[in-house]
Design a protein around this ligand. Structure first.
Ligand SMILES: CC(C)(COP(=O)(O)OP(=O)(O)OC[C@H]1O[C@@H](n2cnc3c(N)ncnc32)[C@H](O)[C@@H]1OP(=O)(O)O)[C@@H](O)C(=O)NCCC(=O)NCCS
Length: 315
């Protein structure tokens, strides 16, 4: 088995492995990975995707790619055919290559990786020995067809708070809410975009404008408004990751508006909007150490489907 530059290959070489990957995402996370896979294949043909392919007897049995965002490198994906008995070893070898390349890239001071389909501990040894911090993250799901879960009752909100559907004009104020909500928060250690307004705009662009993390679903996304001032104080954003599955890509509230039931109501609005359009599930990811959020989700009926790791290195 050899590990070679991904840019030596074309979509025809990678296609069957990506079909296996689409099956893996569907089975593990109820996530339709086809549009992401198509995008990867287009980038591979354009020879613009940095990464590696694990090749045996001329066939690609595993691949990984990464992207550069300013002085940060982000591991986009790492996948080895699950039919291989030695898949774990190959994954580890590929991870070593990717980490080494990113850490040695001139001007790169930070590397982030969140590999949702890899169970926690799977790659922890490789990343830890290269100096990465690890954060356990939970992939949770709420069944929407289940009778009781179908309608999370809306709690009474204080009169000065209104929840209404997301509108395009919320975009800029939403970036300020994200930055303020994640100040000194564990998730801004994992994703440094949350630390600045410009970073939060980039985060929103990725979620709302590009199909990287499902297709943004305005109909199941909501804003919490302080009525007297008509100012945004919190939000929930949801994308469709499969025709009948919604995924919360963001939920946050300014600190002074927490513990009043607004978060619960935002999730209820999203769950109910999806259920009324015959969706079967709502999923989300949360950092295990974010006790308050984990407690809220579990109380609302979310259950753990998967536990994975986020890794961060600062050079
Ligand atoms: C996660 C988050 C959105 C939750 O929002 P919230 O409005 O505080 O959530 P709720 O008020 O509905 O519930 C939170 C707690 O307040 C309690 N609560 C609700 N109304 C209350 C009231 N009137 N008085 C006292 N407590 C109340 C709830 O029972 C709940 O208790 P629990 O933590 O023991 O389960 C919010 O904490 C936040 O923005 N955090 C930072 C960003 C973040 O972590 N986002 C999630 C990433 S996955």
């Amino acid at each position: 088995m050899e590990i070679l530059d991904l840019r030596h290959f074309s979509s025809a070489d990678l296609r069957s492995l990506l079909e296996e990957e689409v099956e893996t995402w569907r089975g593990l996370l109820c996530w339709d990975y086809r549009s992401s896979a198509d995008m990867i294949l287009r980038y591979v043909d354009a020879k613009i995707l940095p990464g590696y392919a694990a090749v045996e007897r001329g066939s690609i049995i595993g691949y990984s790619f990464f992207v550069y965002e300013g002085s940060k490198g982000v591991v986009g994906d790492l996948f080895v055919s699950p039919r291989r008995d030695d898949a774990r070893q190959i994954e580890a070898q590929m991870a070593e290559h990717v980490i080494e390349t990113l850490q040695q890239s001139p001007g790169i001071h930070r590397v982030e990786a969140q590999l949702l389909t890899h169970p926690t501990d799977d790659l922890a040894g490789v990343f830890s020995s290269a100096g990465f911090q690890r954060y356990r993250r939970l992939f949770l799901e709420l069944q929407l067809r289940h009778h009781e879960a179908r309608r999370i009752p809306l709690m009474g909100l204080k009169h000065d708070i209104q929840i209404r559907p997301w509108i395009e004009q919320d975009y800029q104020p939403a970036a300020s809410i994200i930055t303020a909500s994640y100040r000194a928060h564990i998730d801004s250690e994992i994703n440094d975009q949350y630390r600045t307004h410009a970073g939060s705009i980039r985060f929103l662009n990725n979620i709302v404008r590009f199909p990287g993390c499902g297709v943004f679903d305005a109909e199941s996304s909501f804003a919490a408004i302080h009525r007297p001032t008509n100012v945004l104080v919190g939000l929930i954003l949801c994308s469709r990751v499969k025709d009948d599955v919604g995924h919360v890509t963001q939920v946050c509230l300014l600190p002074e508006y927490r513990r009043q039931g607004i978060g619960e109501n935002l999730i209820a609005c999203t769950a109910n909007a999806l259920a009324s359009r015959h969706c079967s599930r709502l999923t989300l990811t949360v950092t295990e150490m974010n006790d308050r959020a984990v407690g809220l989700y579990k109380r609302l009926g979310f259950v753990e489907r998967n536990v994975f790791d986020a890794f961060v290195w600062e050079g």
